[in-house]
Design a protein around this ligand. Structure first.
Ligand SMILES: O=P(O)(O)OC[C@@]1(O)O[C@H](CO)[C@@H](O)[C@@H]1O
Ligand SMILES: [Mn+2]
Length: 436
């Protein structure tokens, strides 16, 4: 079967089109407004040079917004510090040149692949700050990411109490009871992915106070559910081969749900080594950077109650080396994961040692499947196009992009009653590929 083409904004009315036409300009505008509104505080924090810096960045972002809205060609990024992991302008410029040599025209916002242009916008936003010495470390999404956690502390306290209670009862749990608790936290990690500021263009999506009570009613909304084979994989791993990698998605409550799940797997001995991958630049509004992860730990530790207990425990896992935190600029390029072995062989080699790689969220799913316009019944392994680096699991709610591995007629039947089932975030997948 020949492969489908990439999703792009060239199809008027498509989700990609509405994203590029409506949501991306709003995201850029929010950054411009924040710089203007907070310029005094920013100068206080970053020094007098930030006065001119804010003007420069506002100018660059205003040009970016206009370029998107008028479908201008994308531009080359300006190389500044090739030795810095934050400066991968050479990767983007190579991608730009390859596009031109393939299509003989420069990439444009409404015609180039959606994945390329959406990722490029965030790289361009980052570069706008990076080119300004006073503001090179400024995260324009930090305020929104921190607000997202602070406004979900009630749900966090409830979840923390639950996971601490389960962990303290581990010695008395049967295998079946442990399985149920693990699956509950997997499902909570899926629903945590609804709290994503890119899809909402930064509008808050605070979680329900206690997701636990809703799991039974939410389970039918999991359209592909590989919880059982996942459990079988976890309990069948030899004790010395329980290295799990978690490629994180959003900061805020989603990050809390992810770390709660990882805490249970750690305390239950289902993993002996955990590696988290964070982003090296502000990305898709809410994606977790190294700074976000450690701010979250510190905020929980200062909160008191069960939040402090889990914050202290998580910090100790990291200090003891049980949990490792990694960064790779590969995660913030537009390159599909099927090309990782050639584009970033070191990262590929590192991931190949994992017993299980867990990818969170839509964007990871889109990059795993190349953001191609696959039929929903496409076999998941086929859609991975050779990215079989290790057994992998995706936990995501559907907020845009391909969905594969569904049953015949499942998507069509759903669409007769729910028009936006694959973009609303109300549905999710727990999708495993073991390549067996
Ligand atoms: O990876 P995440 O945080 O789950 O979602 C990323 C996302 O918000 O960005 C794109 C829309 O702009 C979609 O892929 C998806 O909705
Ligand atoms: Mn995200």
């Amino acid at each position: 079967m020949s492969e489908p083409g990439p999703l792009s904004a060239s199809i008027i009315g498509s989700f990609a089109y509405l994203t590029v036409k409506d949501r991306l300009p709003v995201i850029v505008t929010r950054v411009i407004d924040q710089l203007y509104r907070e310029r005094i505080n920013i100068v206080d924090k970053y020094g007098e040079a930030a006065t001119e810096g804010c003007k420069e960045v506002i100018g660059r972002l205003s040009q970016l917004k206009n370029a998107i809205q008028t479908n201008k060609p994308l531009e080359l990024l300006e190389a500044t510090d090739p030795l810095s992991p934050c400066d991968d302008s050479h990767v983007w410029n190579r991608h730009f040149e390859e596009y031109i040599s393939t299509y003989e025209v420069p990439p444009k916002w409404f015609t180039a692949p959606w994945m390329y242009v959406e990722c490029f916008m965030y790289a361009h936003i980052h570069e706008s700050f990076y080119l300004c010495p006073a503001l090179k470390d400024f995260d324009p999404f930090c305020e929104q990411k921190q607000k997202a956690l602070l406004e979900s502390l009630s749900a966090t306290e409830t979840l923390a109490q639950h996971v601490l209670s389960v962990c303290s009862s581990l010695p008395s749990l049967t295998q079946e009871q442990l399985r149920q608790h693990v699956i509950n936290l997997i499902e909570i990690s899926v629903w945590g992915n609804k709290c994503d500021l890119s899809i909402s263009s930064g509008e808050e999506r605070s979680p329900e106070t206690d997701l636990l009570v809703s799991l039974d009613s939410l389970r039918p909304y999991i359209l592909v559910n590989h919880s059982s084979p996942l459990w079988q994989l976890l309990v069948s791993l030899p004790e010395d081969q329980r290295d799990i990698v978690l490629v994180l998605d959003n900061a805020g409550f989603e990050l809390v749900t992810d770390l709660c799940l990882m805490m249970l797997l750690t305390e239950a001995g289902l993993t002996t080594s955990l590696t988290f991958h964070v982003k090296t630049r502000p990305w898709f509004v809410s994606d977790t950077t190294h700074a976000d992860l450690f701010w979250t730990l510190d905020t929980l530790r200062e909160k008191g109650g069960a939040c402090s207990e889990i914050g202290n425990k998580w910090k100790k896992y990291i200090e003891d080396g049980q949990w490792k935190v990694c960064e790779s600029s590969f995660w913030t390029t537009p390159i599909p994961y099927s090309q990782m072995s050639t584009v970033d062989p070191n990262l590929y080699s590192q991931l190949s040692k994992a017993s299980l790689i867990i990818f969170k969220g839509d964007l990871n799913y889109r990059k795993l499947t190349g953001d191609l316009d696959w039929p929903t019944t496409t076999n998941f392994e086929q859609a991975l196009r050779g990215f079989c680096v290790a057994p992998l699991l995706v936990l995501r709610t559907l907020k845009g992009g391909p969905v594969v591995g569904m049953a015949e007629r499942q998507a069509e039947d759903l669409a007769t009653t729910v028009r936006d089932w694959n973009t609303s975030g109300e549905y999710g997948v727990i999708q495993l590929c073991t390549f067996s």
